[in-house]
Design a protein around this ligand. Structure first.
Ligand code: PLP
Length: 389
């Protein structure tokens, strides 16, 4: 199997598995208990909190553990709406993850007004569109750091400054950015920021929400006093430890992430799109595959993803044959993979074309190899040829 779907999920790192194991076996106490067998786990949770905080330049106190980024995203938007119930307007974009989009659509049923900002053909967001959409009634702006389908980066610093200047709360879904680009909330005026462990080598089912110290907050899950009253529910110690360890590893790998992954991604993309062989010898060069097109901005994106349309070939047919050939890729968000809907992201970028039905996302990480990429290239070339007859 050649796994090129790291934006969907990543394998659990051996160090992470090892770190969490004691809390799935002998150390099964409840951190809220008064006796030591349980209460000593509080320290373990705080170590993990510090590790996550360090990944994003936060202070530990401002990090709350959640069950996933879907919960983090819902919680942030919910908190902002509860702060000032008079404000009934939300701004997001047409290319957000379903955990924001579908929540916003549900809120429209409760008489909230939602602006879904458009994006350009290359997936970029125009800051002027945000400025124009802001009103005195806007409760929150919720926008991605990096898109999960195209990896296109939104101008988060500009967004944060515009929101700050207008006194509007800003939530950023940084799920795909974490561990791939530096994040420093001490320098970025973001009110809420979401993460999830399974995108950077922790297991599924654990996430975090950063909440700026002075930003308003109302819990989404009411319950016990866990997480300083910001999220009820007995802590999942093993998963929290795993998230902490994964954050520590991600921070360690961050300085080399780009130079490890980018050449592999570029080789794949150049091989398919047929860019000329660069002078440093990277990539396969040559003619590439006819009628293939990049979805997303060429440079303003993360280094690990290429999202391509193969004109005339439905995504599902190509994915099926690639799967049979041992290649894991996807046609967009894994959370929507069981629906027949074309990618809402590519549709928002290229409204007129069939690109959204004929797209494939390859997302890599540092464990992929040049040999794998060569293999995938030849499998894609063969499969496309077969499907085009
Ligand atoms: N936001 C983005 C950008 C994502 O890519 C994902 C996962 O695919 C999520 C949110 C949801 O994360 P989780 O699966 O932890 O709920």
């Amino acid at each position: 199997m050649i796994y090129l779907d790291h934006n969907a999920t990543t394998p659990i790192a051996p160090e992470v598995r090892e770190a969490m194991m004691p809390y799935l076996t002998g150390e099964w106490g409840n951190p809220s208990s008064s006796y030591k067998f349980g209460s000593k786990l509080k320290g373990v949770i705080e170590t993990a909190r510090a590790q996550v905080a360090e990944l994003i330049g936060a202070s530990s106190r401002d990090v709350v553990f959640t069950s996933c980024a879907t919960e983090s995203n819902n919680t942030a938007i919910h908190a902002a709406l509860k702060t000032d119930p008079q404000k009934r307007h939300i701004i997001t974009s047409a290319v957000e993850h379903s955990s924001v989009l579908n929540y916003c659509m549900a809120l429209e049923q409760e008489n909230y007004r939602v602006t879904y900002l458009p994006v350009e053909r290359d997936g970029l967001l125009k800051i002027v569109d945000l400025e124009t959409a802001l009103t005195d009634d806007t409760a929150i702006v919720s926008l991605l750091w990096a898109n999960n389908e195209t990896d296109v980066l939104f101008p988060v610093e500009d967004i944060a400054r515009v929101c700050q200047a207008r006194g509007v709360l800003f939530h950023c879904d940084a799920v795909q950015a974490a561990g791939k680009v530096p994040i420093n909330v001490s320098k970025l005026p973001v009110d809420y920021l979401s993460l999830t462990g399974h995108k950077f080598n922790a297991p599924k089912g654990v996430g975090a929400l950063y909440i700026r110290r002075k930003s308003p907050f109302t819990p989404y899950l009411h319950g016990g006093h866990q997480e300083r009253g910001r999220r009820g529910g007995t802590e999942n110690v093993a998963l929290i430890v795993a998230l902490g360890k994964a954050a520590e590893l991600a921070l360690k790998k961050l300085p080399t992430y780009d130079r490890t992954v980018r050449p592999l991604r570029d080789a794949l993309e150049e091989g398919i799109l047929g860019y000329p062989r660069p002078s440093d010898g990277r990539g396969t060069g040559g003619e590439g595959i006819l009628n293939a097109e990049l979805n997303g901005h060429k440079s303003q994106r993360l280094p690990n993803t290429c999202n391509l349309t193969f004109h005339g070939i439905e995504s599902e047919a190509l994915l099926l044959l690639l799967d049979q050939a041992g290649v894991c890729a996807s046609s967009g968000s894994a959370c929507l993979a069981d629906s027949d809907e074309p990618s809402h992201v590519v549709k928002a970028m290229k409204t007129e074309s069939a690109a959204s039905r004929q797209m494939i996302r390859f997302s890599l990480d540092g464990t992929n190899t040049a040999t794998e990429i060569k293999n995938v290239l030849s499998k894609v070339q063969g499969t496309v040829k077969l499907l085009r007859g």
